[in-house]
Structures are given as structure tokens and as C-alpha cells.
Design a protein around this ligand. Sequence first.
Ligand SMILES: C[S@@+](CC[C@H](N)C(=O)[O-])C[C@H]1O[C@@H](n2cnc3c(N)ncnc32)[C@H](O)[C@@H]1O
Length: 246
Amino acid sequence: MAETKDGTVWSEDDSQHFIDYGAYFVPERDVQIDTIVSVIPPADGAVHMLELCSGEGLLAEALAARFPNATIHAYDGSEAMLASTAGKLAGHGDQHTTKLFDLADTSWRRFDQPFHAVVSSLAIHHLDDAGKAQLSKDIAAALAPGGVFVICDLVEPQTDETKVLWARHWDDGVRERSLTLDGNEKMLDFFREDEWNHYGVPEPDPVDQPSTLFDQLTWLKEAGLTDVDVHWLKAGHAIFSGRKPG
Ligand SMILES: C[S@@+](CC[C@H](N)C(=O)[O-])C[C@H]1O[C@@H](n2cnc3c(N)ncnc32)[C@H](O)[C@@H]1O
């Protein structure tokens, strides 16, 4: 995978960490997945969908279940994550594909067919501003007319006041899930020790490079997408999309 400016990369250990703690640390995960899938327009006949950085495959599985005529192409930079995604898709037909890739590279951005939807959850913040703007252009070019690019990601606050609020809201959500799932606050303690809260730690992990929501909506528009909209936002995690005209 591509290195950030200080040489850090997302590792297989990071992937396992995310699998282990995602249920506690990702805000309203079920709502996120349902929102992403619900933003995609109904598909007429067989269509192709691309997921960038599919992780363990929860979203890919939801896509395959909601769109039984779709072929899902799931890309990730982790062998372990791709194996997990393939396992989740296995119960939904055998036409789906997985591919090892580096999100920051551009050589994978040529496709055999246009996509009805391209989705990505909690990963595009590993690209810098220029990388996100270029990705918006490349995905806009890869969409079929009427197709959508749906992004769920950490976004950077515009003000310190918002940053403090998002840090608190993220902690509150983790406390609630820790109490609901385990009956105690131990996972909130670990969330803090592990310095997972991007908005609440003095030196966030340099692998995380979120951009403002305003900039990201602008890049979608500049890429020629329309109906650019925000569908959900909680504790700095936003779901937004743009549609290819036609
Ligand atoms: C925080 S996890 C999110 C996983 C999944 N999309 C979800 O929402 O549960 C980030 C994912 O992005 C992948 N990833 C991170 N940096 C990447 C890169 N530069 N190229 C390809 N995959 C990358 C990781 O392997 C991991 O599966």
C-alpha cells in the first residue's frame, strides 16, 4: 500500500484490529450500511458495482443481498480482508470478484464495464486532498449514466468547536455500545487508551488524512457529478454521494 508522507501504511495488524473492534468503535454501523445501500438507485437487469477497500465484507454482502442481479467487484489492499469479503459474498452467487489493490495507485482505474454504483466506507481518508480529488474524477468517468459514487468516511471539521463536539459524540457512542454489548465501559477505556478517536487525540495517526466535507462535495461536483448530497453524519463520519448525469 502507498505510504503517507511520514512513511506509515495501513497494515494487516490494522485490519485485524479493525475487525476485532469495529462493532464497538464504528458509529451506528448498521445505519451506515443501510444508508449507503439505500442511496443506490434501483437496478434494471444485470449491473456491476465496485467497492473500494471492502474490509471484512459487511457492505459487499449487504449490496449483494439488496441487488441480487448485481455483480460486486470488491477491492482491498489486505489479503485477509479480501478473504473475509469473498467468504461473505460466497452465499450470494458466484459471479462476484475480489482484487488486491493500492487505493492510491491509479493503474487499477481502467474497467471492462461501467458501474451502476461505486461505494467506499471508511477508507478514502487514507488519500490526501489531491488523491481524493483525482479519485472523484476517475470514478465519475467509470460510472454508467445514472450511476452513483457513494462515500462513507471520516471528514475533517472546519472549526475547533466542531472537533470537540465530534470527539465527544464519538466517545458517547462507544460508551453506549460498550454498555449495550458488554454491560460495562471497558471498550470505551480501550478506545481512549488506543487513541482511536481522531478528533480527541493530540496527534492523530498520520495514516488518517480526512478532508472537509465541503471540499469533498466540491470535488464530486467538479468531477461532473450531480445531485451531490449528504445523507447522514454522526461524530465526524459522513455519507455523501454524487450521480452521473444521464
Ligand atoms: C477502516 S477499514 C474499513 C473497512 C470497510 N470498508 C468497512 O467500512 O468496514 C479500511 C480498509 O481499507 C483498506 N486499505 C487501507 N489503505 C488502503 C490502501 N492504500 N489501498 C488499499 N486498501 C487500503 C484496509 O485493508 C481496510 O480493509
